[in-house]
Design a protein around this ligand. Sequence first.
Ligand code: M6P
Ligand code: ZN
Length: 201
Amino acid sequence: MGVRMNLMEPFETALDFQTGVLRPAGRIIKRHLSDMRGMYADANAERKVFESEGDRLIYEVHAVDLPEKTGLVLYCTTIIHPGRIGAEYHMTKGHFHEKRDRSELYLGLAGEGYLLLQADDGTVRGLPMARGTMAYVPPLWAHRTANTDDEPFAFLAVWPGDAGHDYGTIEQSGFAKLLVDGEQRVNLVDNPNYGLITRTT
Ligand code: M6P
Ligand code: ZN
């Protein structure tokens, strides 16, 4: 169990810029491949990972434990471990905000990655992220991050307390583009499963 902060008292958190770890530890969420079934385009590659190594840890969220309340600022770090499922880089589930008009700010801490953004009409934008990159997630855009390097990719996220996470839309339809390893290093390619129900459990 992590430490729950008192929202009416000043407090400080120590952020390790190399690892993205926050102290004191708040809520830590570990997302494994089984938490993302059907989200990677290559179902065979996903199955092979399960068969050869079991349930791989893909990413961790280290959140300062504060209530999701209007007027509060929430923050957490995300650490995406390096690796691919098929050609697709390890990534987060991705979400819209329940309150769609809420925005968010990311700050790259360590490693290299990409922020993938998707509007309601399927328009996709990709922003490369590295240490020191501040990436703005506008209202109305779904967002997902991926680790495009061989080291852990860590970033800090800050967002309004009442934004909420809507995972359902992405679980149903996916992103229109995939981030895959290619000759030019990072490629953004069409997702053959976009718009289909991709989640199997
Ligand atoms: C960022 C923020 C968090 C989010 C996390 C993991 O740190 O956007 O709100 O929880 O990434 O992404 P997801 O929730 O989509 O798995
Ligand atoms: Zn968000």
